[in-house]
Design a protein around this ligand. Structure first.
Ligand SMILES: Nc1nc2c(ncn2[C@@H]2O[C@H](COP(=O)(O)OP(=O)(O)OP(=O)(O)O)[C@@H](O)[C@H]2O)c(=O)[nH]1
Ligand SMILES: [Mg+2]
Length: 239
């Protein structure tokens, strides 16, 4: 009997403007910034999602998080259930406040694996890149990323992208699969009301499976309510 298809969740993390969304576009061909405000301001606000089919046949869902400190609640909402993080650092700026803050959050949430991705490597001299790599290594010492591989990439020229794909595949081989046969458990990240649908909840499955039409139970009971007039998710408000 063939083994069941494995599916993974990959998340981004890192300081604002460090190249997370461009990296996901280079990896998947998908644009994860959907809102007009995101396009106008050139920053991510909401979580972005993209499917990612790896050359080995594995499939992954990518959660692209915003790096701006004002949207940290959205980052937190998206990052909980991931199998692998791409901690993105712009090689021209090095480690910045949300690099550290996101790293702390990932550590607290006991995320198991990651890759350190140095972005925008088309711009500086190689010696400078070596220095920044050292800085990041110092930053992740003593964390789950202490032994993580480092990839140097440019989303603009494509340099390093195939090597990053190979590194992601290697890392995913070590991920313990989630239990699709166990009870359905989906920690709720966000809930909001969509006109014509009612209450919508979002989250990442940690075990079990669910299909359209299934009846599910919310625990503890009565904690999720449709909030009339509550408007769009908080991330859509102007900071
Ligand atoms: N030269 C160069 N520029 C890049 C590269 N990757 C991203 N950029 C530019 O850097 C800027 C920020 O890129 P984004 O991908 O939006 O950054 P982000 O980390 O998603 O930003 P937030 O989601 O707002 O935190 C954009 O102007 C990109 O065009 C790269 O590899 N090389
Ligand atoms: Mg972005």
């Amino acid at each position: 009997m063939s083994s069941p298809q494995r599916h993974f969740i990959i998340g981004t993390a890192g300081h604002v403007d460090h190249g997370k969304t461009e990296l996901i576009r280079a990896l998947t061909g998908r644009e994860t910034d959907r809102l007009r405000e995101e396009k106008e301001r050139g920053i991510s606000i909401e979580l972005g999602f993209a499917p990612f089919r790896l050359p080995g046949g594995e499939t992954a869902g990518v959660v692209d998080v915003p790096g701006h400190e004002r949207f940290i609640h959205n980052m937190l909402a998206g990052i909980g259930g991931i199998d692998l993080v791409l901690l993105v650092v712009d090689v021209n700026e090095g480690v910045m406040p949300q690099t550290r803050e996101h790293l702390d959050i990932l550590q607290q949430l006991a995320i198991g694996r990651g890759v350190l991705v140095l972005t925008k490597c088309d711009l500086p001299e190689p010696d400078w890149i070596d220095l920044v790599e050292e800085e990041i290594r110092e930053q992740v010492a003593g964390t789950f990323l202490e032994e993580a591989p480092v990839c140097r990439v440019s989303a603009v020229t494509g340099v390093g992208i195939p090597e990053l794909v190979g590194t992601i595949q290697d890392q995913l081989r070590g991920v313990v699969p989630k239990d699709a046969d166990g009870p359905l458990r989906l920690p709720i990240d966000r809930h909001f009301t969509v006109s014509g649908f009612g209450t919508v909840v979002t989250g990442t499955l940690v075990s079990g499976s669910v299909a359209a039409g299934d009846t599910v139970e919310v625990l503890p009971p009565g904690r999720v309510r449709s909030r009339r007039g509550s408007g769009p998710p908080a991330g859509r408000r102007r900071p």
